[in-house]
Design a protein around this ligand. Structure first.
Ligand SMILES: Nc1nc2c(ncn2[C@@H]2O[C@H](COP(=O)(O)OP(=O)(O)OP(=O)(O)O)[C@@H](O)[C@H]2O)c(=O)[nH]1
Ligand SMILES: [Mg+2]
Length: 379
């Protein structure tokens, strides 16, 4: 089902394309994330093409000149895939593929593919399949329109259209079925959470690869999966992480966010993300060694807004301080984010202080908004 699944035998040979950085952006940084995504999806990156901002062509996204550049590179490198850093409309995707005679996968398609590879549990599989089908539905229409136009005339149009209708109906039926199953998952999770109502709930959120799972392990002594790849975690895991003087707190590790996370994914990961929107405190984990942490912070806040969790109490936690280049970088961050915590989940530096800060904060929050039994005030 995944866009890249058809050619998994050999490694995919990919060319990347994206928009050149606008003034003020770190140069050379633009396609770094796409390269990581491509590699996480198992592709080999053989070349890159950058298009000037503002020169997007509505029919193909890439300008004529850039299409020729891609064509040349593809020939030279014997590439079999073009990966776009942006999202394409179904029509742009098809036009580019036709013009280049090359498979084209956009940013959402690529992220969906990675999620599909990562999904292990029933819940994650249901959520990813739903997002994939929603993504496919409008593209399927285009595909059949395209085929019936190619064949043209008598004998092809009828069956083409009929087949399209059949396929669409089957996909819609499957979508409806997945939604029903996911409703069941949402209900199960709600029941589970009800059982934990007397505990304070803390959720880790942050950009993918920020070190959330490593920090989760450091705070709870659990051993969840940690990997230097994007979207290592898809399923939420919850553990007790602190109990002092009657304060019981649970910590949840969950899926990472990314710039332009496909909205189908956000919507279908509702069961997973409800953990976040109902947390008493969010620990927003940021990779301190990133060149532009603010960009990641903003991307995470955009997703929090989408899942209606931006209003939850939040604590900013800079992780990987061991990987900061020098003292100046460290002081710069401290000055810029005075309320934040600074830790290294790897060396455990700052972990005891973070634990204290979290406990202090949840006690403060609960004094403000709830009576002692842990339920929200009724009035
Ligand atoms: N140097 C350094 N590396 C770290 C630290 N914490 C995590 N890492 C590394 O960062 C990478 C990502 O860590 P994860 O804990 O999997 O990150 P995550 O935020 O859970 O990522 P996803 O689940 O993919 O969203 C791994 O290679 C970790 O070893 C740290 O404090 N210092
Ligand atoms: Mg993780």
């Amino acid at each position: 089902m995944s866009p890249l699944a058809t050619r998994r035998r050999g490694r995919e040979r990919a060319i990347l394309a994206g928009r050149a950085p606008s003034r003020g952006d770190a140069a050379g940084d633009t396609l770094t994330e796409l390269r990581l995504l491509a590699e996480t999806a198992g592709a080999e990156v053989l070349g890159e093409v950058l298009q000037r901002r503002g020169s997007v062509r509505s029919s193909t996204f890439l300008s004529k000149g850039k299409i020729e550049e891609v064509r040349t590179l593809t020939g030279e490198q014997n590439a079999n895939l073009l990966l776009l850093d942006d999202d394409l409309s179904p029509a742009q995707n098809r036009n580019l593929e036709e013009d280049l005679k090359l498979r084209v996968v956009d940013r959402s398609g690529l992220i969906l593919d990675i999620f599909a590879r990562r999904a292990r549990t029933r819940e994650a599989r249901l959520q990813v399949e739903l997002a994939q089908l929603e993504y496919m539905l409008p593209r399927l229409t285009r595909l059949w329109e395209h085929l019936s136009r190619l064949g043209g005339g008598i004998g092809t149009r009828g069956p083409g259209e009929t087949q399209l209708e059949v396929d669409r109906r089957r996909i819609r039926e499957r979508i409806a079925k997945l939604k029903r199953e996911l409703e069941g998952v949402v209900r199960e999770r709600r029941v589970q959470r009800r059982g934990r109502r007397s505990c304070h709930k803390v959720s880790l959120v942050g950009y993918t690869n920020a070190g959330k799972s490593t920090l989760f392990n450091a705070l709870t002594r659990a051993r969840v999966y940690v990997e230097d790849q994007l979207f290592a975690t898809l399923d939420p895991t919850t553990r007790v992480f602190a109990a002092s003087g009657g304060t019981r707190a649970l910590l949840t590790d969950t899926v990472g966010f990314i710039r332009k996370l496909p909205s189908h994914l956000v919507a279908s990961f509702r069961a997973t993300l409800e953990e976040v929107s109902e947390a008493d405190l969010l620990l927003h984990v940021v990779d301190a060694s990133e060149t532009d942490p603010e960009r990641h912070i903003e991307a995470v806040e955009a997703v929090l807004e989408e899942i209606r969790a931006l209003h939850r109490p939040r604590l900013l936690v800079f992780n990987k301080i061991d990987a900061l280049p020098d003292e100046v970088a460290w002081l710069g961050l401290r000055a810029r984010y005075p309320g934040a915590s600074f830790v290294s989940a790897a060396t455990r530096e700052g972990i005891p202080e973070l634990r204290e800060a979290v406990l202090h904060r949840i006690e403060e929050e609960s004094r403000q908004e709830r009576p002692v039994d842990g339920r929200a005030p009724t009035a």
